[in-house]
Structures are given as structure tokens and as C-alpha cells.
Design a protein around this ligand. Sequence first.
Ligand code: C2O
Length: 563
Amino acid sequence: MIWEDDNRAMAQAAMLVLLMLALCTAAASAAIVEHTFKVGGTNINQLCMNSVIYTANQELPGPTIEISEGDTLVIHAVNESPYPLSLHWHGVYQLRSGWNDGANKITQCPIQPYGGKFTYQFNVTGQEGTLWWHAHSSLLRATIYGALIIKPRKGPSGYPFPAPYEEIPILLGEWWNRNVDDVEHDGYLTGLGPQVSDAITINGMTGDQNSCKGSSMYEVEVEYGKTYLLRIINAAVNVELFFKVAGHTFTVVAADASYTKPYDTDVIVIAPGQTVDALMNTTAPAGRYYMAAHIFDSKTVSIPFDRSTATGVVKYKGVPDYAPAAMPALPRHDDVVTAGKFYWSLTGLARPTDPVVPTTVDHNMVVSFGLDQAPCAPDQTKCRGFALVAAMNRNTFQFPDKVSLLEALYKGVPGVYSEDFPDFPPPVPGFRKATAVKKVNYNDVVEVVLQSEEYSRALGTENHPIHLHGFDFFLLAQGLGRFNPAMKSRYNLVDPQVRNTVAVPAGGWAVIRFTANNPGMWFMHCHLDAHLPLGLAMVFEVLNGPAPNLLPPPRVDYPKCRR
Ligand code: C2O
């Protein structure tokens, strides 16, 4: 345990006061929380360069949304950028509000550039913890993202751990010295995907870099002898990260907005799309301490990657700014043992009130996926030799262009998608381009063995963070190599991690199980953004249940597709 007994007594006293306060202010009534997000050009000086980036409300990271469980969130999105875009609320269930999921071409067509508008409105019920939001089109999420924090309805007494003294959001990001839409487009032309980033960021800042002295650096002041809750989000576009704070250790208490059993560690490992909540006690000698993040490179073949380290500072109150800071020793970039230990050690808190793992399964699926080499397309003018392509069960996902999949489902528009996404990898070579969905009934239980494949020796494999929209899943087991049914004996059906994004080990597997209790079209894809346009995606079509488990009609301002 990281908290001492007298701290606990104090915490209990504090909790009592808060509880009384909460009762007086009748926290029981859910609020409507409203924001306007204007996406537009922002001048920024980063890595000693002036650039124009696209942000929400001129902020990098974008605004933090803070709500209590049960609140309704209303976001008026105004797109003043030159790019069509949508905003996704990553990890929010969107129970019967699938029109608001913000998955471009899946649940909506993009909000038009130069002034297009759309209002997202949904309840956030039955989940608490750290989530986030991001643009869901092109590489724009590199600069259009922010934290979405859901507090317990009861206030801090609702945490299943002593209430922290303060909370510190840590958004890890990835920075390019170029317009990111150009980076994406160029990646298409070369057929090799986006070039590697120029820096990793902590709360939008790179910290000290050899390439640019005096870069802006995130700094947080702490008091001695307190417990802080770090809400860590990997908003990086294409890379997994190691994160440490010199002189301090963590107790992980949640991941992807689901509580975990307390897990003590001195390093956080986090894949794009994931979040980790970690308690940190400030009991080090008063001083300045660097926090640092750099890439965990899981690739089995060596391909260049961004080797820079992002830094920030934890400064104890009263310590002068010029005091030297200690740097943490991050794991080696290829330290797959440290990464695996972290990813595999977490377990769900599994309180009596938490959902239990469903024991009967209606759909047993094996979904294999990976990257391969394909001939260059004629319009890939910078392509030399081969272009990258990806697939799930040999289906290279194609985005529809005339109408979103959800609108096609709701209105019965024919010819937009096919319902023949295979339950198992077909025993045929080659990939098929298709907008294929897997259809399931309301409340069906779906189990998916996610199997990472090496389709090409030259490309090897890597960890793919597979993200499911619309649901959390139980992560029953994971392993290296090839899954076989004997491995079912390794399933944790008691207290598995509950997540929305799992980093499937390179060339290995992970088994997830979820109840399809939410009608709609739900994207499942690799959260390495580079793999999305390559086709590393599929969609679950979940049919309406008995009333009231129906998808309501879309809002009047629901964006239309334009080509
Ligand atoms: Cu965070 Cu479909 O994404």
C-alpha cells in the first residue's frame, strides 16, 4: 500500500466532510455540460519553428472536458479548418446515441470545412475515469485532442481508493514539423504511410530537445507528502510509449476508465488510445524531477522511429526553478519484457457491483490481422516498389463515401456495406477490398481472438492497439505466437482487465469478450492511425433490441456526405 495509516485517517476525515457536502449540494441530479469547440488554425512555436496547426479553441492539447457520471454532454462543433472532420469521444459507450460517436464515415459523414457545424449530444452513464476525445479523420488527431474526465457522481468519495489531493492530466502526444494532413497525404503517395514524427510531447510540449534548446516544457508544482492522481492518456498518433517520473513510483488504479486492482510500478506503458490512472505520492526529497516519455518500439524488424524523449518537470513547492532536475532512466526502446509485464499484469477491480464476465458466448470469432506489401497504385506517384496494405480476416476495410454506415443501416440504404465479415480467417491468400460488417443481435455476447499475423517477412510484426467503439471489453487472456483452443484454460473470467483498447502483442494474440448491448455501427480498428487508411479495421453491426433498446433518429443537423 502506498498510503500510510495516518494519511488514511486524514483521508477518511476529509471524505466524511466531502460526503456531507455532497449530500447538501444534492449531487444526485445529473447536469448538462455544454462546450463549443471551434476547430481552426493556430500559430505555434514548437521545436524552434513557427507553424500553423489546427486545434480546438486555439489550445494544444484541446480543452479538458470534465463531467460527473450520468451527466449529459453537449458539444457544439464548428469546423473552421480547411479539412472535413469529425470528433470522436474515445471510450464513451454512446448507449443508444450512436449518431454522436464521431467515427468518420462509420457513424457520420464529416463536418464540412470552412464553417460546417454539428452538435454532439449524449449521456455519459455507467462509466467513470479517464477518457479522451480526438478528431477522427486524416492525421488531424495529432493536434485536435483533449481529455474527457468522468468523475464519480458522489464526488471524490466515490473513488475506490483514498481521494487524491489533486489530479494531474498528462496527455502524451506526437509532433510533426509539418502540416499533418500533408504528412498523411504524402504517406499515401509513397505507399509507406506517414513519416516518423519529430518529437513526443507532454501536454503539448516537447520539453528540452537537442534540436532546439529552450523549447517549452510542461511543469507542475506539487506539495510534499500528498497523493496525486495522474490521468495519463496516450494521444500519440502511431506510437506506444514508456512514461516515468524520476524519484517517484506509481500505483495504477484504472485503465481506459475502468478501475483496476492497485498495481505498483515505476514505469507506465501505454498504447495509442489507452489511458492509465496512477496515484503518485510526493514523498521524495524536495526538489525538481523530470517526467519523461519515449517510444516503446515493438517492431520485429528494424524500421526507423522517433528516438526523441519528451520531458516535463515535477517541482516541489518552494524549490527554486534553477534547481537541477533528476532524469528518470526510461526502459530501452525495445524493452518488450517491461512492456509485456505492465500490459499483462493489470487486473480488473471487480467489485460486487461491477459487470461480470458473461459466460455463454453467441459468436466465437478469430480475427487475424497484419500488414502486407502490395503493388503501387497508379495515383501513388511517389511509390517505389511496393505500397503497404492491411486487413482483418483478409478484408481490407474500405470507407463508404456516399453515406455513413449508420445512416445506411438506419435508412436501409442498399449497396453500402456487406454483412459477410468472416468469423474466421479465410484459408485463401490475398486480401479483398470490402466494407464488410459482422452482424449481431442486440445483447449477443461476442468473443474475439485477435491474432496478429506476419504476412510479410520484410515487414515483420508489431504490437497493434486494437480499439473497439461503443463497448468496453473484458480482456480474458493474451499470449505470444499462435492462439489455440487449449489456451482457453488461461482465460481470466474472474477479474480480467476491462478496456476499450488492447495492445495485441507482436505476432501474438489477445482474447476479448463483450456484450453487444448497444444498437448501431461500431468500428473496431487499429489505433495506430497509420494503419486505418491501410484497411486495418472492421465494423460490428448491432441490431435494435426490444424497446427501448432502439437507435433513435439522427439529429436534424446530422452532416451529409459530399465528395
Ligand atoms: Cu480513438 Cu476510432 O478511435
